[in-house]
Design a protein around this ligand. Sequence first.
Ligand code: ACM
Length: 727
Amino acid sequence: MLTTNCSYSGLRTLRWVLACVAAAAFLGACLSVPATLKNEHDVPRASAPVDVIPAPAMAVSRDGVFPLRAGTRITIPRDPQAARIAHYFADLLQQTRGMRLELVERSSASVAEHSIVFRLDPPALGSNPESYAIEVTSQRIVASAGDARGLFYAAVTLWQLCTSGTAHSGLIELPALRIDDSPRLAWRGLMLDSARHYQSPEFIMQFIDWMALHKLNVLHWHLTDDQGWRLEIKRYPRLTQIGAWRVPAGAAAAADIDPATGRSRLYGGFYSQDTVRRIVAHAAQRNVTIVPEIDMPGHASAAIVAYPELGVTARPLEAVPADWGVYPNLYNVEDNTFTFLENVLDEVMALFPGEYVHAGGDEAVKDQWKASARVQARMRQLGIADEQALQSYFIQRIEKYLNAHGRRLIGWDEILEGGIAQDATVMSWRGIDGAVSAARAGHDTVLSPWPTLYFDNRQGAGSTEPPGRGHVGALREVYGFEPIPAGIAANQRQHILGLQANVWTEHIRTEDRVAYMTFPRAAAVAEIGWSAPERRDWDGFVQRLPAEFARYRALGLRYSDDVLRPSGDSRQWGAFERRPSQELKTCTDKLVLSVEDDAPIGGERAIFLIDIMNPCWIFESADLSRAAALQVAVGQVPFNFQIGKDREAIKLTAPQTPAGELEVRLDNCEGQPLAVLPLAPALASNAVTTLPMARIAHTQGRHDLCFRFTQRTLDPLWALDWVQLLE
Ligand code: ACM
């Protein structure tokens, strides 16, 4: 039942969001419970603060300083892996500090005095391959590890030590110290949605570079969804010839004619297999394993458009759709469809060498399966009782195929419903209950709960934030997340593989914004996943952020500095300032989004904060003693949200004139009308229109003002951009 409710509430998801309010309270309760992992490294006696994120397990200060300047020697080891890492460090230092080291090939057993050394020692028995040590003395820096993965992280930490302050006259004075470091959790991931919006291969590789610099080691790559199939599959070329392209939603995109075709311009792109091999090889060099996701049995519209025989309904889908939310389109359960999926997975496994393949499993509403005589007949043939069990059969069949090829299946927590596949790993997104159930049942799990680890939530409430979901998922909220749920017994904790944040891109159209929405929240994920609970300290983390931000700038990484901005600086109540929608209050909090306008096609677009279930805004505490008039700017956004039956719950107010009006009421939305602004001047524009000024009756004191549009249909939806009071 939960699946149907959750899925159809849409957009990950309305009812779900409401349930999460309760879950968040539970989560808050979890945060105060200290967790101790059976296999956690020992937490040391004392640790000196160092400007490193994630905080290392142990750092001990020593006397002395190692002076680092251009020309300081770095000994390139004979071992090719260690040599690669030494080069990586030297290149990084040059890129971000402009400091060129002298590379010295190691020709003998001796090590040059006053040099930096990277050393692969024989691994200690039972040691974690990601562990490493750094010893800085006044004579030498030695970075060592038993495994190339650990040595790579030694290079990352050393680079952070070298970039934590300002270099004076080209000199970096590194205080002597010893660091011994080891991760808390094995899976420290980010999910990137390249289906809703496509990012270039160059950006994907850069994203991997940035992950590596945070010791994040899993990129879950969301490659297929309703709105696009992004992975070249040689056996099924239409997946990318057809499935990778769509006309974006809205009138502006429909009117944007491609002269080459005479039709609306298509948006999209895909990753060729050569490109994927390049990305996978690059990721391996950065300790990042890519877990590809081929979503099934839902989120399958793009594949079904390309190969209609995969779908359930007789009427083929005409084109790859552009709405966000949850479509009803599922794969059918014919043997031929499983053969298709297995053939796809053969190519996926050949491209991605990691242990895991993600099979999705989320938000598969069962209406089409229920309505299809053919699917029902198959269920009877197979002796399957209901559609929930059919999904379980579906995922188990895929799991068997993956297992037979030496791989493991991971899926969203819906794969628990109807019976979980034997060895499947559960990615818990609808809160943390999925993780608790999975671990109790002896299954591995990764925590990735909405809303805390959903990076499509806005990072701050200001009007300069890029589009996203309306919930403000501030850095502190992310940092407060505890990945070992309190409900998990000590003997089940080994099933918690780790955590992951998800960068869904429905509202994140550009690469620049992907970076902004991800950082620095990814730094918080890194610290939660890597550092022992005893090392976690919000104030200390914030103190380390200025150095982190300086590194981001040196790397050319666009990030949010919302956390360091003085609070409340964007609001000057009572001044006759213009309040953008982000500084108004939505009348309700049903499904609040910060959506981007669909126009102009090229150039800056407005961003509207709007509750799409109830487009209505409150201008709080307006000083009406001074106001003689008001002015507003409005836009129209496509209602491109698949929210199923919840659409019927949206109440529209009938207009008085054909074009509709914006009504302004005093004190609340049932209050006395203060102004009515005709929308006719804005009707022809897909972008923002400033409506003619409206006079208001003289009113004493401060009052709330309610703004609500009248309209007959939902698409397009009117949105408020800003309001201004005039004297
Ligand atoms: C999900 O957010 N649908 C996993």
